[in-house]
Structures are given as structure tokens and as C-alpha cells.
Ligand binder design. Structure first.
Ligand code: TYM
Length: 333
């Protein structure tokens, strides 16, 4: 396989959850040894929600700790904090000059935010896909490991990168595509029967990487199901399918088949399934949880990782920006 340039990031909103891990970070860990990878903490993106400075700082640190605990190796990949790279907002500004209001207003994530937080529809929210484009193309990425929820943003990144090339008549940016090893992007469902696992629906909807066994058991005992199948071989309702989907990723195949056949014959007891799934989640996450508490204490390591990451990422970003400035006409006398 030829080497790709890979870029991806996560917003620091607290602790990473199982959706972040299965949708993105476990792919990062595999890719870092096969490709040229840039992974970052998207703290500029967090500013759309106006976090207080102390929380922001703590959340950035937490993602850095959890990236390392999940297995990101700062020697194999470039691991950095987005706000350490002022080259990104410079490219974002350049790209904004060619982003149209209409196309930004049509982005699904913007429409959703405008609906759910009508008192804070700021310009950063509107131009979020432009900032995300800058993140990706500043390193001339070709592949971007993300969950299914980011698909439309990737389409915008291709649009804005191509537009820049066309306007300035220079082939600076290749087209970036969403990527994961299974080829299909995944969506990890939440525990409350609805859509994706996401903190915005409350802590009870997510399993965090740092959740203790007691917390996981409690959350799983409250996971939404239904009143149970009454006819053999009826397809599961969406909350139950959600639990099967998670089971597919953290449990053995035999266990999944066992519960699926109990469901098909109407003999399933959801309480048993949820207890069993909770134990598998606990076992799956245990090595990560243990590493998190070790790394959290190691301030020296975190400082070193952030510093090296900043230097490595800046090298590639400076090179791209130089080409952009030249193409635009910002030239030395
Ligand atoms: P964010 O911070 O919401 O999520 C980080 C990553 O986790 C994935 N993810 C999921 N995947 C499957 N199922 C879920 N329930 C689930 N929840 C989260 C997301 O798809 C994402 O890959 N805008 C991005 C951050 C970002 C970025 C970038 C990503 C900023 N710049 C450049 C890639 C490239 C975001 O808000 O993801």
C-alpha cells in the first residue's frame, strides 16, 4: 500500500467516549505505523461554544492524555494541539474569502446547531467546515479517519481545496477522503435509544474511556430497550439494534449470536444482555483506563509531547502556507 498523508482531530469537550474511540482513535493507532499521520486536539473548534479558560485547558490536557493512553505514539505520528499552529487560522482566513454564505448555511451540522442553540449562532459556527478544511489541507492530507457524522464536512473540504486550486491556478491541494479500515464509516449509537453516542445528549448516553466498572454497569442497566419481541424473527427495534451494534464491536461473535438467537426466539432477557455487555465493555476499556491514570500524572511527558508535536506539525504547515501565500500574491519585494 502506498503511504497516505492522514490528518484527523477531536474536539476537547471532556473525556473521550467509546464513539470517539471506535469511530476514530482506534483507527489512528493502526494508521500511525503505516502512513504519515497528523493527529491533533481541535481546541480552536471548541471556541464556538465559549468554554471557560480553565475548562478548556483541562479538556485539552485530558484528550492529550487519552490519545497517549489509547496508543498514539508521538514518535510514529505527529501529535499536536491545534492552537499551537497559527498557520491554521491563516489558511482558514484565506479559504473564508471563497466560502459562500449559502453553501455554509446548508451544512447539516450548522442547521442542527442553529436549531438547538438559537442564542449562539456565531460566525465561527457557520464557518466551522472552513476551519476543518484548513486543518486537513494544511498538511495536504489525502485521507481523514472520522466517524460517519463527519462525512459532509469532508465533502466541503474537497470543495474548498479544489476551489483554492482553481482560483489561484495552482495544484496545491489534493482531495481528502474520509477513511477507515473497514471501508465503511461507522456510527456508534448512544445508550438512550436515539442517534449517535454523543455527550450533547447527556453523560448517560455515553460510555467514557475513563468510566469505572461501577459507572459502566450503572449506565448499562439504564440503557434503553423495549418491551421485548412477541413474534419470532421480527427485526429488533432501534434501541435494541443499538445494543447489538455495540456488542458486535466489543464482545465475541459467539456472544452476539447467542443473544441474537434468543431475541429471534423471543426468549431474550434484556437485563442479562445489558449485564453481559457491560462486563465486556469493562474488559475492553480496562487497559486504556489504567494507562490514563498513569499518564495523567506525567506532566513532563505531556509537555514534551506537545512541544515535539508543535515543531513537527509547523514544518509541514509552513511549507503549505508558503505555497498559498505565493499563489495568492503575497510575495516578497
Ligand atoms: P468530534 O470531536 O465530535 O468527534 C471526534 C471523532 O470521533 C468520531 N465520533 C464518532 N464516530 C462514531 N460514532 C460516534 N457516536 C461518534 N462520535 C464521535 C467523529 O466522527 C470524529 O471522527 N469536527 C470534528 C473534529 C475535527 C476534525 C478536523 C476531524 C476538527 N477538525 C479535521 C477530522 C479532521 C468533530 O467535531 O469531531
Amino acid at each position: 500500500m502506498s503511504k497516505e498523508i492522514i490528518v484527523s482531530g477531536i474536539r476537547p469537550t471532556g473525556n473521550l467516549h467509546l464513539g470517539n474511540y471506535l469511530g476514530a482513535v482506534n483507527n489512528f493507532v493502526k494508521m500511525q505505523h503505516e502512513h504519515t499521520c497528523y493527529f491533533f486536539i481541535a481546541d480552536y473548534h471548541s471556541l464556538t461554544t465559549h468554554p471557560n479558560p480553565a475548562d478548556l485547558h483541562m479538556n485539552v490536557k485530558q484528550v492529550l492524555v487519552e490519545y497517549l493512553a489509547c496508543g498514539l505514539d508521538p514518535e510514529a505520528c505527529t501529535l499536536y494541539i491545534q492552537s499551537d499552529l497559527p498557520q491554521i487560522p491563516e489558511l482558514y482566513m484565506m479559504l473564508n474569502m471563497h466560502a459562500n454564505l449559502g453553501e455554509l448555511e446548508r451544512v447539516a451540522s450548522f442547521k442542527e446547531k442553529a436549531r438547538t442553540q438559537p442564542n449562539n449562532i456565531n460566525a465561527g459556527l457557520l464557518t466551522y467546515p472552513v476551519l476543518m478544511t484548513a486543518d486537513i489541507i494544511i498538511h495536504k492530507a489525502t485521507k481523514v479517519p472520522v466517524g460517519k457524522d463527519q462525512e459532509q464536512h469532508l465533502e466541503m473540504a474537497r470543495t474548498f481545496g479544489n476551489r483554492f486550486n482553481r482560483v489561484y491556478q495552482k495544484e496545491i491541494f489534493p482531495e481528502p477522503y474520509a477513511f477507515n479500515y473497514g471501508n465503511e464509516l461507522i456510527k456508534i449509537p448512544g445508550l438512550q435509544g436515539g442517534g449517535k453516542m454523543s455527550k450533547s445528549d447527556g453523560d448517560g448516553n455515553v460510555i467514557n474511556l475513563i468510566d469505572t466498572p461501577e459507572v459502566i454497569r450503572k449506565k448499562m442497566s439504564k440503557a434503553v430497550t423495549d418491551t421485548g419481541p412477541t413474534e419470532p424473527n421480527t427485526p429488533p427495534s432501534s434501541p435494541v439494534q443499538n445494543l447489538f451494534d455495540i456488542m458486535k464491536l466489543v464482545s465475541s461473535e459467539e456472544k452476539l449470536t447467542h443473544y441474537q438467537s434468543l431475541y429471534a426466539s423471543c426468549a431474550i432477557r434484556y437485563g442479562d444482555l445489558k449485564k453481559d455487555l457491560a462486563e465486556d465493555m469493562i474488559a475492553y476499556l480496562q487497559p486504556i483506563r489504567e494507562k490514563i491514570s498513569d499518564i495523567q500524572q506525567n506532566e513532563e511527558l505531556l509537555r514534551k509531547v506537545a512541544k515535539i508535536g508543535k515543531e513537527k506539525a509547523a514544518e509541514s504547515a509552513n511549507q503549505t502556507l508558503k505555497e498559498c501565500r505565493e499563489a495568492i500574491g503575497f510575495r516578497a519585494f
